[in-house]
Design a protein around this ligand. Structure first.
Ligand code: NAP
Length: 491
């Protein structure tokens, strides 16, 4: 398995259910264009968009030309490539709940049974079952088929299992690709490379030398336009169960025996299972829930969560979560993992900070009294970068240490375009490589850890604490981390 392979794909048919939706427009269709431009889209590869909207192939292409074009940066737009990309797209008006509509899909796919066939479900999870049943009943699932599903997979362990049971009736596990697009990011894969491709990190990667780990996914956006979905979901289900836990797992997993999908996922699931349960009062003590109120950014004022038209005035859905987690294992015993995510925070900002312990005995004077020990900062947004903070002697007469950053700037090293996460994932789906996708037991284990936190919130009637839009969340989140004598990175 090659994580960075760029070779052309085998011929494929990708049926994009939900082709007119937000995710298709902003991420999936641009990813296809980039792949075509980079030469890894075979001549006999095609995308069949499917949704209820009434388009023909021609009118859909015209719509894509208008709707998707703004998501291609000007310096990557090549008119000739763009026309070739449009020519590879077809459209099929189809209601996924109407069985007859699958017959026309069958006609389009006839004679192409040898090709890789991908059913990509970019629709609400409530439609997943209708689609898998529909393609099965129409006899469209070949041995070389796969199905790709977007998160969130279910609302809790029980509903995730229901979806998985339904999937398992018509697809084998090797054909199922559960997406967490954070795993498609170059920097996340680089974290694996950094940890398991270099010898010097491994001896440091343990509780004797690591003090704490902080993982933040901050968004400055509110719930604009997605209020109805979000109010039923909340930050714990929308972000913690998937993205935050996946990042934690990549940081904490043991070295896999090789880079095959099952070897990697066998190690990932051990971390999920080793997470100490947060239940009852313990969950309340180690979690913070928040909900944003009106506030202001440089660009102007913004309304509060409950001020949105599609949010009930008395909503108790959280838009912010902070958690203190621990992993019960030799490697991580006693190391707190702080997880934090929220909407309407100061900026779009995703980072993992690994804080190392202070030197055991200080012999040098420092400008900051060793207040900022060695730190590895893995940033995923707004830019992707990895930097290591070390102490060096400042130039001058006296010996005084100061922290500086060793920057691993991949733009300088590679001088080629960085793939967007969905390009990597689409390539792997067509190739049938599941390393960067969640296995069924991983999804269940993640919900198994998350569900008791939500139950404790309900049991103890823990309503979200208000925080002002544009701030770093409720003061309680600062109190949570300061119990360990620590602070969040809030730059
Ligand atoms: P969306 O904008 O609401 O799009 C939904 C799509 O489903 C539309 O193309 C809609 O088209 C189609 N659709 C709805 N009912 C249908 C039916 N009965 N038959 C056929 N097509 C139907 O949703 P989205 O934001 O793109 O999200 C899609 C999936 O990705 C969801 O599972 C979401 O949770 C997940 N996701 C989204 C994002 C994101 O950034 N948007 C990020 C991560 C995960 P018609 O109305 O034309 O039928």
């Amino acid at each position: 398995m090659n994580l960075i392979s760029d070779e052309a794909l085998q011929p494929f048919d990708l049926i994009l259910f939900g082709a007119t939706g937000d995710l298709s427009v902003r991420s999936l269709l641009p990813a296809f264009y980039f792949r075509l431009r980079e030469g890894s889209f075979p001549d006999d590869g095609q995308v069949i968009g499917a949704a209820r909207s009434d388009y023909t192939d021609e009118s859909f292409r015209a719509w894509v030309d208008e709707a998707v074009r703004p998501y291609i940066p000007d310096d990557q737009f090549e008119p000739e490539m763009w026309q070739r990309f449009l020519a590879r797209i077809q459209y099929l008006p189809l209601d996924v709940t109407t069985q007859d509509d699958y017959d026309e899909l069958g006609r389009r796919l006839a004679g192409r049974e040898e090709h890789a066939r991908v059913f990509y479900l970019s629709v609400a999870p409530s439609l997943f079952g209708a689609i898998t049943d529909g393609v099965h009943a129409a006899g469209l699932i070949t041995a070389n088929s796969r199905v790709a599903l977007e998160k969130p997979l279910g609302r809790d362990e029980a509903t995730a299992e229901e979806i998985n049971d339904r999937l398992a009736k018509v697809f084998e596990e090797r054909q199922i690709f559960r997406i967490d697009h954070y795993l498609g990011k170059e920097t996340v894969q680089n974290l694996l490379a950094l940890r398991f491709g270099n010898s010097f990190f491994e001896p440091l990667w343990r509780s004797e030398l690591i003090d704490d780990v902080q993982i933040t996914i901050a968004e400055d956006l509110g719930v604009d336009g997605r209020g109805a979905f979000y109010d039923q979901t909340g930050a714990l289900r929308d972000m913690v169960q998937n993205h935050l836990l996946q990042l934690l797992v990549i940081i904490a997993m043991e070295p896999p025996v090789n880079i095959s999908a099952d070897a990697v996922r066998d190690e990932k699931i051990k971390v999920l299972r080793a997470l100490k349960p947060l239940t009852g009062v313990n969950a309340i003590k180690n979690s913070v829930r928040g909900q944003y109120t009106a506030g202001a950014y440089d660009s102007g004022p913004v309304p509060g969560y409950r001020d949105n038209d599609d949010i009930p005035d008395d909503s108790t859905t959280e838009t912010f979560v902070a958690l203190r987690a621990e992993i019960g294992s030799w490697r991580w015993s006693g190391v707190p993992f702080f997880l934090r995510t929220g909407k309407r925070l100061p900026g779009k900002h995703t980072e993992i900070i690994v804080n190392f312990k202070k030197v055991p005995h200080e012999i040098f004077p420092t400008a900051d009294g060793f207040a900022t020990p060695n730190q590895l900062v893995i940033r995923l947004q707004p830019e992707e970068s990895i930097r290591m903070r070390i102490y060096v002697k400042a130039w001058g007469d006296d010996i005084q240490l100061q922290p500086v950053n060793l920057n691993l700037d991949f733009n300088d090293v590679f001088r080629k375009r960085r793939m967007i996460a969905y390009e990597r994932l689409l390539l792997d789906i067509v190739r049938g490589n599941q390393t960067l996708f969640m296995r069924r037991d991983e999804v269940a284990a993640a919900w198994h850890w998350i569900d008791p936190i939500r139950q404790a919130w309900e049991q103890y009637e823990y309503a979200p604490v208000p925080y002002e839009a544009g701030s770093w969340g409720p003061a309680d989140a600062r109190a949570l981390i300061s119990r360990d004598g620590l602070k969040w990175n809030e730059q």
